[in-house]
Design a protein around this ligand. Structure first.
Ligand SMILES: Nc1nc2c(ncn2[C@@H]2O[C@H](COP(=O)(O)OP(=O)(O)OP(=O)(O)O)[C@@H](O)[C@H]2O)c(=O)[nH]1
Ligand SMILES: [Mg+2]
Length: 325
């Protein structure tokens, strides 16, 4: 008997937990409903409209991809590959095109990125969380802390966004919810000094992962660069031994704006990964493809809701299955 080591109560609890908690995949599928309707739904209606595969069909598919924020260059590349594939495999039925397109998207995304894992091994590790106002940095830090804690990691948060008192309080709330320690100074303090203290606290408390919030003011490029570089220098100097992840948080609902922010941040900082938030509220999930295939930025985390459990590691196969279901 499979459950022989569990007593009855444990077994009941486990069943209850399973009923209460939808699996990661269900959440992903639920969160991506709008994108699926927009992208996959429109592709379906195009493919069912055509009786044969011709140039008009490819043009229509191209339009769906571009308007779903996939990015013009990536769309062109995808359509070219799709044409070649259809020809090579002598496909004549439009209904077979969707699976081929999905496969080509998978290919182009995997070719551009080696892996989508956070760079946090071996410990200690430091994650610097950057991005403009309101994209979901603080929320992502809260969710991430919770995830790590559940995996048995010792987490410490540093409140490097000292621009607003409310930002520090908001992070304090998340640290309570996740049950992890936080290092914070007063509003207006030097962010680099907060990070410095965070690093020393992480060392003395033997934290596995230090997660640093930052203010996302994007007055102009050189201003942003100066602000971030000061923090990066402290991390390099004080925490040389740590694995480093510079995580750019982007809001998926902003579509092309997210792409533009990614371009700016890529110029001023060595971004090692992207956390894409608010995928649950948008039909613009195609930005995932543009970010990874066009800008070469690995998507490492995705936000599919406001709750503490609504952050997931990004997986290309699961993501495309959820969109093309
Ligand atoms: N639906 C949804 N909402 C999210 C997600 N991630 C963050 N949010 C919401 O987005 C809003 C802004 O989030 P914050 O975490 O405060 O954003 P921030 O980047 O820290 O903002 P600033 O500190 O002002 O720069 C909050 O209302 C969050 O609940 C997500 O994945 N899905
Ligand atoms: Mg914040």
């Amino acid at each position: 008997m499979v459950f022989k080591w569990l007593n009855k109560n444990d077994k009941e609890q486990e069943v209850q937990d399973e009923v209460k908690k939808p699996g990661l995949l269900d959440k992903l599928i639920g969160g991506l409903t709008k994108t699926r309707k927009e992208m996959s739904g429109r592709i379906d209606s195009i493919l069912s409209f055509y009786k044969k595969i011709d140039d008009d069909l490819f043009d229509d598919l191209e339009e769906v991809l571009v308007t779903s924020d996939v990015g013009v260059n990536t769309t062109m590349e995808l359509i070219d590959r799709l044409r070649d594939r259809v020809k090579a495999e002598k496909v004549t039925d439009p209904n077979e095109v969707k699976e081929l397109l999905k496969d080509e998207i998978k290919g182009i995304m995997k070719e551009s990125i080696e892996n989508n894992e956070l760079n946090i091994e071996p410990s200690p590790a430091v994650i610097l969380v950057v991005g403009v106002n309101g994209v979901g940095k603080t929320t992502t830090i809260g969710k991430l802390s919770h995830n790590f804690k559940q995996k048995g990691k010792k987490v410490l948060i540093a409140a490097g966004d000292t621009f607003r008192a409310a930002a520090i309080e908001q992070l304090q709330e998340w640290s309570n919810r996740a049950g992890v320690d936080i290092v914070a100074h007063r509003e207006g303090a030097d962010p680099a000094a907060v990070i410095y203290d965070g690093i020393h606290a992480a060392k003395s408390r033997k934290a596995d992962i230090l997660i640093c919030d930052t203010a996302g003011r994007l007055h102009n490029k050189s201003n942003l660069m100066n602000e971030l570089n000061k923090i990066f220098r402290v991390v390099e100097r004080e925490y040389e031994e740590a694995a480093k992840e510079v995580l750019l948080v982007l809001d998926a609902t902003t579509g092309q704006n997210a792409i533009n922010q990614a371009k700016v941040f890529k110029e001023v900082a060595n971004i090692t990964g992207v956390a894409l938030t608010k995928l649950d509220g948008t039909a613009k999930g195609g930005v995932v493809i543009a970010l990874q295939a066009e800008l070469g930025l690995p998507i490492k985390l995705i936000g599919v809701g406001e709750g503490i459990d609504d952050l997931q590691p990004f997986n290309v196969d699961d993501f495309l299955d959820a969109i093309f279901e």
